[in-house]
Write a protein that binds this ligand. Structure first.
Ligand SMILES: Cc1cc2nc3c(=O)[nH]c(=O)nc-3n(C[C@H](O)[C@H](O)[C@H](O)COP(=O)(O)OP(=O)(O)OC[C@H]3O[C@@H](n4cnc5c(N)ncnc54)[C@H](O)[C@@H]3O)c2cc1C
Length: 370
């Protein structure tokens, strides 16, 4: 017997990937023929979603609040490398704006979407119909299920990227709002166990997000990151008065927490393998994944990118203290747009060879042989 209420697709999780998939499903079905169920547990935190892409690319341009055409890298010895990133640009979308658009505009204007608050606990795969069971014992049936629930890992070698940032407003117009800082390793806060850098998004001459970012195997250490953030501010903005507008904290597990499930019940989002493990960037990857799924395209990236990623992660796992030097060398010797294409898995093999040849070859060979 077919249950009374069945859906063409159920999406578990209304986060970045679930909503991007929802968006693409509606673009492909403007006459609202498909019934879509969106189940979300409501566990949302504030995030700044940033990504680089070509100026004419199309990852939610109407939600982008600020774009930068220049990027700064500051080495561990304090040298500043500022570079235009033409033809790319670095875009910022706040999660507040993203969720506001989806929950207050997009979902209400598409009557074929049913949005429910609930925690999915089980998915039972059937023949043509699969059931999703929620914590309160309610169940839903759908022909396809997209699952973005985060996975937990007990892998002791797993590296995390921890963030401890603040949106601040200076009294004086002291910021260069035309260039964002991808990594600033100038504060000597890195140790054997953690590589520390600062990430700065200047939204105007007075307002910025300044974020302490830490690669480590250790647990999140709020007090330590707070002290590092204060040190950074005292070092770079000692005479400036500012007020704190809001905080942004979070953790990205780098690799090890994915389970790529395919078929009619499939995984999406970070847990579906759409996050670049060595960088934590996922937003445009999830968008590409959503588009490909809706168009039934199977786009496999060359395996070499996964290999590079594993190599970088291995170096982080085994030689954390060398990360600032590895990054310094990379940004000093290779043009920033080439690095960005490489990190985005969009570089050619020739470009990869050129880039890799600029790195600390013995260090990479050592980990290759391991
Ligand atoms: C602080 C932070 C900053 C980041 N910044 C960037 C960035 O600048 N650029 C970038 O590319 N990437 C960034 N990322 C990485 C990545 O883009 C985000 O983690 C992104 O939110 C992942 O999308 P997702 O859909 O996989 O997970 P989420 O966005 O976390 O969505 C998962 C959703 O599932 C729901 N859920 C969980 N369990 C259940 C359940 N059992 N039943 C129903 N619903 C459930 C949750 O409520 C949530 O809404 C950042 C990550 C963090 C943590």
């Amino acid at each position: 017997m077919i249950p009374a209420q069945t859906y063409d697709i159920a999406i578990i999780g209304a986060g970045a990937s679930g909503l991007q998939l929802l968006y693409e499903l509606i673009q492909a079905d403007p006459s609202h023929e498909k019934k879509i169920l969106l189940i979300d547990s409501g566990d949302r935190s504030t995030k700044s979603w940033c990504f680089w892409e070509d100026k004419n690319a199309s990852c939610f341009p109407f939600l982008v609040e600020k774009s930068w055409h220049s990027m700064t890298y500051r080495t561990s010895t304090g040298e500043t490398i500022e570079s235009p990133i033409n033809p790319l640009q670095y875009n910022y979308i706040s999660s507040d704006r993203f969720f506001d658009y989806f929950f207050n505009e997009f979902i209400p204007s598409n009557p074929n979407i049913t949005h429910i608050l609930g925690k999915a606990t089980e998915i039972h795969e059937g023949g043509d119909l699969h059931s999703v069971i929620c914590e309160d014992a309610s169940s839903f049936y759908a022909k396809r299920v997209a699952d973005s629930r985060p996975l937990k890992s007990d892998d002791p070698t797993l590296i995390f990227q921890h963030f401890s940032g603040k949106f601040i407003e200076f009294e004086q117009p002291i910021l260069d709002e035309t260039s964002m800082t991808l990594m600033d390793f100038s504060l000597p806060a890195s140790t054997e166990e953690m590589a520390v850098f600062h990430y700065i998004l200047p939204f105007s001459k007075t307002k910025a997000l300044i974020e302490t970012t830490v690669f480590t195997r250790l647990a999140y250490n709020k007090e330590a990151y707070e002290r590092i953030w204060q040190d950074y501010i005292e070092t770079h903005y000692s005479s400036q008065k500012f007020k704190i507008l809001s905080n942004e904290t979070g953790t990205i597990p780098m690799g090890g927490t994915t389970q790529k499930k395919e078929g009619r019940v499939f995984s999406i989002g970070a847990s579906g393998g759409n996050m670049k493990a060595s960088t934590g960037y996922a937003f445009t990857r999830m968008h590409e994944d959503a588009k490909n799924r809706v168009l039934n395209l199977s786009k496999k990236k060359p395996k070499r990118f996964r290999f590079y990623d594993k190599m970088l992660l291995k170096i982080m796992q085994k030689e954390m203290i060398k990360i600032p030097a590895v990054m310094d060398r990379l940004f000093s010797r290779v043009q920033t747009p080439h690095i960005l294409r490489f990190l985005d898995d969009k570089s050619s093999l020739v470009d990869d060879i050129k880039l890799l040849s600029q790195l600390d070859i013995p260090l990479f060979i050592k980990h290759l042989l391991r």
